[in-house]
Each structure stands twice: as structure tokens, then as C-alpha cells.
Write a protein that binds this ligand. Structure first.
Ligand code: NAP
Length: 188
């Protein structure tokens, strides 16, 4: 294995998304009120703000598509000062100093640009970019949170992909009825 292949192997790309029960990640009008927990599941766990903050600190870099970026800015930039790479062919304003833009081959992005600098890379949407990452085999882990709601319509979680099998690593149910499913890529 060459040194660059060794570095590429150390990186971990986690695809993180929240989906409705019927497999949508956004409503047509982009309203996000469906993400507010309204259900109560007594046996579920709850996590404190401190635990969330400690977890977020472990993320070295976010990657997102331009539509997700534009929507995130509208809602209020959620990624703080953590490095974030926006994949786009357009000239967009940077939300913070920690935002960089990238256009081009996604394998080069992950293995050449990101892997030497970051280990724990979070791909946070949207559907189009995640679909492409999955197609190219660039995702090591999937963290999928299912919200207790049927949306009926909207933007589909994943488009049409060839069959891929994943290992279930963890299931966590929260008091608000959201369920987090964690998978790792099956290595054959
Ligand atoms: N529920 C959730 O967890 C969740 C998470 C994230 C986002 N969302 C929602 O999903 C929606 C956005 O998702 P989306 O699928 O429309 O867009 P997206 O994946 O965020 O962005 C797609 C855009 O990224 C750029 N791009 C550049 N190179 C690309 C490549 N190789 N592959 C794919 N895209 C590339 C293109 O825009 P250019 O024209 O700029 O090149 C493309 O149109 C928003 O409503 C957002 O709020 C939901």
C-alpha cells in the first residue's frame, strides 16, 4: 500500500441524514417543523446538551451539497467553526471562515483533499450528494435517524442505487420517538 493509500484508508466518511418514516428528507416547501419531536417514547434515551457538544467536537469536517448549504444558511449556520466543504460548481459566499468550496471529482475530494487532514468526516446531505457518494463507494458508515412522521411527499432520501448491503452496528431510540440507526460498510 502506498503512503497516500494508507492515509486514504484511515479516513472515515459517515453519511448522516434524518428521514421521515416514508423515506423523505425534506418537504417540497423546505419547512423543517417535521423535525420537531412531538411523540414521547418513555423507554427511549435522552442526551444532554453537554453530551451533544462533546460528540460534535469529535467531528473533524463536514461535507455538504450546495442546496443543503444554502438552506443551512437560511436556517442559521449549524456547524460552528468546524471545517466544512461545500461541493458546488457555483461561486457562493462563505458562511464562515471555516467554509471551503470544492468542485470536481468526489473521490479526489475525499482521498486527496480531505483524508490527509481529517479523519472523522461527516457527509450531511443532501440527497443528491449522498447518492453520488454511495454510488462511488465513498461512504464508510451511515447514521440514519428516522423521525416519527409520514410526510407523504418531498425529497427522497436516496434515489435508485444498485443493491448494497450494510452491517447494522447500533440502534438507539430517543425519548422523542426518533430512532438512530448506525451501519458500517460491509467489507468483502
Ligand atoms: N433531513 C436531512 O437530514 C437533510 C440533510 C441535508 C439536507 N436536507 C435537505 O435536502 C435538500 C437539499 O438536497 P438536494 O439533494 O436538493 O441537494 P444537495 O445534495 O444539498 O446539493 C446538490 C448540489 O450540489 C452540487 N454538486 C456539485 N457537484 C456535485 C456532485 N458531484 N454530486 C452531487 N451534487 C453536486 C450541485 O450544485 P451546483 O449547481 O452548486 O454545482 C448540486 O445541484 C434541502 O431541502 C435540505 O434542507 C435534509
Amino acid at each position: 500500500m502506498s503512503p497516500s493509500e494508507g492515509i486514504a484508508k484511515q479516513r472515515r466518511v459517515t453519511l448522516h441524514m434524518v428521514s421521515s418514516l416514508d423515506g423523505f428528507i425534506a418537504k417540497k416547501d423546505n419547512n423543517v417543523s417535521w423535525l420537531d419531536g412531538t411523540s414521547v417514547y418513555e423507554a427511549g434515551v435522552s442526551i444532554s446538551q453537554e453530551e451533544i457538544a462533546a460528540f460534535i467536537k469529535t467531528i473533524d469536517c463536514y461535507v455538504l451539497g450546495s442546496h443543503t448549504y444554502e438552506h443551512a444558511i437560511e436556517l442559521g449556520w449549524p456547524y460552528g467553526d468546524t471545517p466544512a466543504v461545500v461541493v458546488t460548481s457555483k461561486e457562493l459566499p462563505a458562511a464562515t471562515k471555516s467554509v471551503e468550496f470544492y468542485s470536481g471529482d468526489l473521490k479526489t475530494l475525499v482521498d486527496v483533499k480531505l483524508a490527509p487532514r481529517y479523519r472523522n468526516i461527516w457527509l450531511v446531505g443532501g440527497a443528491m450528494l449522498c447518492h453520488r457518494f454511495l454510488e462511488l463507494g465513498l461512504v464508510d458508515e451511515i447514521s440514519l435517524t428516522i423521525a416519527p412522521v409520514l410526510l407523504g411527499d418531498g425529497l427522497r432520501l436516496f434515489g435508485s442505487l444498485p443493491e448494497q448491503r450494510w452491517n447494522l452496528k447500533n440502534v438507539r431510540a430517543y425519548k422523542n420517538g426518533f430512532v438512530e440507526l448506525s451501519y458500517s460498510a460491509l467489507t468483502v
